[in-house]
Design a protein around this ligand. Structure first.
Ligand SMILES: Cc1ncc(COP(=O)(O)O)c(C=O)c1O
Length: 408
């Protein structure tokens, strides 16, 4: 006798079978396997600041080794509130409006699970950061996609308006944007905000690159007001009460492995997020939250230096990619460069990436992993530049081989 289960094993849930492993993280494993210079996954290969590390080590020595308060250590939440007031001009109550999470990754999924009911729609701009599609599936949301179009990754306002309807629960905005490097303008954000207000929708905004924004060169920017500037959706009128800001220590303090993030939301939403967060993870690492309290109290000069160092890295990699034959889309923020690979004549981004990793020795991420319809990204790949100069220079050396192949 065979049981129904033996005939057709179904140990894996429908939800889990609806998405694949992360392509970004897979590219890192491929890079390790083939010894490629890894410009795929967005993590720094340089050291985190010494003083932040020292505070973390001291916290362990001081026995901050047990669970912190589930929604975050009080000192850390206080530091987040003070920094948010300084940087965004927003008053935040650390007792009722903040939840500390295991990275912004957990922050986003906890917020979506706390707010979205089955069948409600969530609007996503595409290309999108890879996690949002599985986030939508895991939270039972129905994703609706609206295109960001190269070269400047703007959206069609009519297309966005048409995506909103009475089933819309929320829109996800990633600003500054991964993978495109787009920094949304005030005018664009106001347009999105007006639709959120009109349809009583929430905005989940992922702002983990809030400090990584590049000034424009004087020659290309005749209109000073066009210089990219970080504006949080929560700063716009009528949006604070309907915005969930997801943020993290990962990128700003170069500690992606610490897994410490936070979510800023109005009290009622925070309450729900805290419950989901509690049963997903209990809490983020206690000693690292102590270091977070220190990091978020650093002076403005820290952020100015971070920005100028990333600007130098961007300006190192851009010409390298262009000389190698890529068409690049110059980022205004974050630390990625999206490129067009049509000039190389490969049938797909996946085949091109395989060639780049195995034969040339440089890893990138295939563009299709950022789209709901893979064909839209079939001639794009993304490089990251959060790497030491020596790493970027090693990649440049290897990419010279690609140039020769493209010509020949
Ligand atoms: C837009 C965006 N959100 C979230 C994350 C993940 O951040 P965390 O380390 O805080 O979970 C990344 C990492 O690359 C990202 O690019």
């Amino acid at each position: 006798m065979t049981s129904p289960r033996q005939q057709r094993p179904n140990y894996v849930s429908r939800k889990a079978s609806l998405f694949t492993e992360s392509v970004i993280r897979e590219m890192t494993r491929e890079a390790m396997k083939y010894g490629a210079v890894n410009l795929s996954q967005g993590f720094p290969d340089f050291a985190a600041p010494d003083d932040i590390k020292r505070v973390a080590m001291q916290a362990i020595a001081d026995d901050i080794n047990q669970y912190a308060i589930t929604w975050g250590a009080r000192d850390f939440r206080q530091a987040i509130a003070s920094k948010t007031l300084w940087y965004l001009g927003l008053e935040v109550d650390p007792e009722t409006e903040l939840t500390v999470t295991c990275g912004s990754t957990e922050g986003m999924i906890a917020a979506m699970m706390a707010c979205v009911d089955p069948g409600e729609e969530v609007i996503l701009f595409e290309p999108f950061y890879e996690n949002y599609a599985p986030d939508a599936i895991l939270s039972d949301a129905r994703p609706r996609y609206v295109s960001l179009r190269a070269p400047d990754w703007t959206f069609d306002r009519e297309e966005l308006r048409a995506a909103f309807n009475e089933r819309t629960k929320a829109i996800i905005v990633c600003n500054p944007n991964n993978p495109t490097g787009k920094v949304f303008t005030r005018d664009e954000l106001e347009f999105i905000a007006a639709l959120c207000r009109e349809y009583d929708a929430l905005c989940f905004t992922d702002e983990i690159y809030e400090h990584i924004i590049y000034p424009r060169d004087a020659v290309e920017d005749t209109d000073a007001t066009a210089a990219p500037q970080h504006i949080s959706m929560a700063q716009l009128e009528g949006m604070r009460e309907r915005t969930v800001v997801v943020n993290s220590m990962s990128k700003t303090y170069s500690v992606t492995g610490w897994r410490v993030g936070y979510v800023l939301a109005p009290p009622e939403i925070t309450n729900a997020i805290r419950k989901v967060h509690d049963f997903l993870t209990v809490g983020a690492a206690a000693p690292l939250q102590a270091a977070g309290a220190y990091a978020l109290s650093l002076p403005p000069e820290y952020y100015a230096k971070l920005q100028s160092e990333y600007l130098a890295r961007r300006d190192l990699l851009l010409p390298v990619l262009e000389e190698a034959g890529f068409r690049t889309f110059r980022p205004d923020g974050a630390y990625y460069i999206m490129t067009d690979i049509s000039a190389f004549g490969f049938p797909s981004d996946v085949e091109f990436t395989r060639h780049l990793i195995r034969d040339i020795g440089v890893a990138c991420v295939p563009g299709s992993s950022f789209y709901s319809h893979p064909e839209l990204g079939a001639q794009q790949v993304r490089f990251c530049f959060c790497k030491k100069d020596s790493t970027l220079i090693a990649a440049a050396e290897r990419l010279k081989k690609l140039g020769m192949r493209a010509e020949g």
